[in-house]
Design a protein around this ligand. Structure first.
Ligand code: NDP
Length: 602
């Protein structure tokens, strides 16, 4: 039997690295960072830390309104892309008696909160921005910056006339099923009384900022904020940079994930001194953004957007053997890593599973070697370059794409502080960040420490949902999510959730949310239509009374009384007893309401 080395040489005769060495290095680097406290290392943004999540720097602070009393068909909780798409799809089905409740001051969710300098979406705009064909909008570039996305969110809201369906600056405090009334009661921190047939929870995966549990974090007396609540009053400037008020400030950034990669270049340009505290370096690939070619855009055939996003999803799943329409960093990674998988599909039987895994691993090593070489080519200080190299497989962390981040470490005023060995920043004092036993005095600490994406479901929404028999959704989910298709849960009637758990995941989140929104609004529409029909049948029978039946039974046989066998069915099959004028009034009122209640069109 061939040795491991021979096998490798036979499969990859030109390999210029030792896979075993890389495997060992990856394990060592993982162990440097592994902490026993796991997810418990993070603090919830509540209590003394609530301001990191609750403060909204984008609206006037004082806002009051009278409590609302509403009876609705649907309440959507959350006005990010998932809530927005749900509202749009409900409207499309002429379901209009709904509200979208949102804690922020406008639509947008992630794109409402994350306005830090340089914020941009890594997913190609032609796939990511939904409803481009419907709204007739052409994205400016292949990758959109946050302000353009936020504008598009508002555009979709306008297009579907969702503005007056939204209740902003309002936090839901409880959702409770009222068994006797077969309705949900939605309570809010503004003491609204809302009853509704259906609830759709669209609270999003990145709605709660996460803070590191660094000892002393609450002692710091300087300025501090989370990247998703950027304080431009303090830094100066806006999303495009110009953070001029930092000219005399020493700034610390804690975290080096996708967010930090985008904002660090701007901080580096303006801060008097910038300290970037890094536990794990990100994999930073080329961005290569470019303006949209309007001739190309105009030439796209109707239906192009769904086609494109499905092509993207298929490519990422390794199922697309044909044209890669998006052809970017995401699909490049998968094309390489998926090489073995494709080979298996096209040449079934030729590859064993072990070989498949090995081929995929080698492709990953090659990709990450390129990422590491890029660091050497870009960062002048070899010590910093060494620290900026990611030693893990590509999809251990979200890959990032940026053409200015690595260059920032060539500035004399930018300092990379590697905290891997201490498994994080050591301590924070009233004036400083302490790392590796050294004190860094700073005026401002910016937490680029991410969101509660995978923590306990209840931790991510600060209200309870109480279903049949007083059961809390979070007790029902104590051992993990329990859903049908990731959308509904037993014991929680007429309740749906749009999200990322127990359904097919895609990094192109808006497409994923849109598909779910379409499905849920279809179900609600069908239920309502069936109910409308059932209600009309009951009304016909009620109005028919017993009169016509007893009369017909006395009659001589004929088709009027089914040849003398008139039964219950005859009453159901009669006309509308109050007569044609009353019926016409009823239809006219139905038309004037404009919501086409009970109808489905295709
Ligand atoms: P992440 O969770 O990705 O990153 C948090 C960072 O904080 C990590 O670098 C982490 O280090 C670091 N950190 C945490 N605790 C400590 C500590 N005690 N000491 C030092 N460092 C610490 O958050 P992001 O906001 O960057 O990204 C969150 C998600 O948002 C992304 O995964 C992505 O889905 C989305 N996003 C998408 C963007 C896009 O499309 N362009 C842009 C920005 C965000 P460590 O890695 O070692 O844990």
């Amino acid at each position: 039997m061939a040795s491991e080395r021979e096998r490798l040489h036979n499969l990859f005769p030109d390999l210029d690295f030792d896979p075993e060495q890389l495997r060992n290095r990856y394990r060592e680097e993982r162990d440097r960072r592994l902490r026993e406290d796991g997810e418990a290392q993070y603090l919830e943004a509540e209590g003394e830390f609530a301001r990191y999540a609750d403060e909204d720097p984008y609206v006037e602070p004082d806002y009051e309104r009278e409590p609302l009393e509403l009876t609705l068909d649907v309440v959507v909780i959350g006005a990010g892309f998932s809530g927005l798409m749900t509202g749009a799809r409900l409207k499309e089905r002429a379901i209009d008696n709904f509200r979208i409740i949102e804690s922020g001051g406008n639509f947008g969710g992630t794109w409402y909160w994350n306005r830090y300098p340089g914020a941009q979406c890594d997913i190609e705009s032609y796939c990511y921005l939904p409803l481009l064909e419907e709204t007739g909008y052409m994205p400016k570039e292949k990758y959109s910056y946050a302000p353009e996305i936020y504008e598009h969110v508002k555009r979709v809201g306008k297009y579907f006339e969702l503005d007056d369906r939204a209740i902003f600056r309002t936090r839901v405090t409880q959702v409770k099923w009222l068994e006797d009334e077969a309705l949900w009661e939605v309570s809010t921190h503004r003491h609204d009384k809302i009853r509704t047939r259906f609830v759709i929870q669209a609270t999003g995966p990145a709605n709660r900022p996460k803070l590191p549990g660094i000892p002393g974090i609450n002692r710091f007396r300087g300025k501090s904020f989370h990247t998703s609540r950027w304080d431009y009053d303090y830094t100066g400037g806006d999303h495009n940079g110009g953070l001029a008020r930092l000219w005399d400030k020493k700034v610390a950034v804690i975290g080096t994930g996708a967010t930090a990669i985008q904002c660090v270049p701007f901080l580096g340009e303006y801060a008097n001194e910038l300290y970037v505290f890094q536990r794990t370096p990100s994999s930073v690939d080329l961005r290569g953004n470019k303006p949209t070619d309007s001739d190309w855009y105009d030439s796209l055939e109707p239906g192009w957007q769904r086609n494109r996003r499905e092509n993207f999803a298929a490519t990422l799943a390794g199922q697309n053997l044909g044209e890669d329409l998006v052809a970017d960093g995401w699909t490049d990674i998968v094309r390489r890593i998926g090489l073995a998988l494709r080979a298996r599909q096209s040449d079934a039987g030729d590859l064993d599973m072990e070989e498949l895994a090995l081929r995929s691993e080698i492709a990953d090593f090659q990709k990450m070697n390129e990422i590491r070489s890029r660091v050497d080519e870009t960062v002048e200080n070899s010590e910093a370059a060494e620290k900026l190299k990611p030693w893990y497989r590509q999809f251990c962390k979200r890959p990032t794409f940026n053409d200015e981040y690595l260059e920032t470490f060539n500035r004399e005023t930018v300092h990379l502080i590697d905290v891997a060995d201490a498994k994080g920043v050591e301590r924070i004092t009233e004036t400083s960040v302490i790392a590796n036993g050294r004190e860094y005095e700073v005026d401002c600490i910016i937490y680029a420490t991410g969101f509660e994406i995978t923590t306990d479901a209840h931790r991510r929404v600060d209200f309870d949902t109480i279903g049949r028999g007083g059961l809390s959704l979070y007790d029902h989910w104590r051992d993990g999510f329990r859903t049908l298709h990731g959308l509904s849960s037993h014991g929680f009637p007429n309740w749906f959730t749009i999200g990322i758990n127990q359904n097919a995941f895609s990094p192109n989140m808006t497409a994923m949310f849109d598909d779910q929104a379409m499905h849920v609004s279809y179900i609600i529409d069908e239920v309502k239509r069936a109910e409308a029909e059932e209600g009309w049948v009951r009304e016909i029978i009620r109005l028919a009374g017993t009169g016509p039946l007893s009369f017909l039974n006395e009659c001589t046989p004929g088709y009027y009384n089914r040849e003398g066998t008139a039964a219950q069915g005859t009453r159901q099959n009669t006309g509308y007893a109050p007569g044609i004028n009353v019926f016409n009034d009823l239809l006219s009122a139905w038309r004037e309401s404009g919501d086409l209640e009970g109808m489905i069109f295709s």
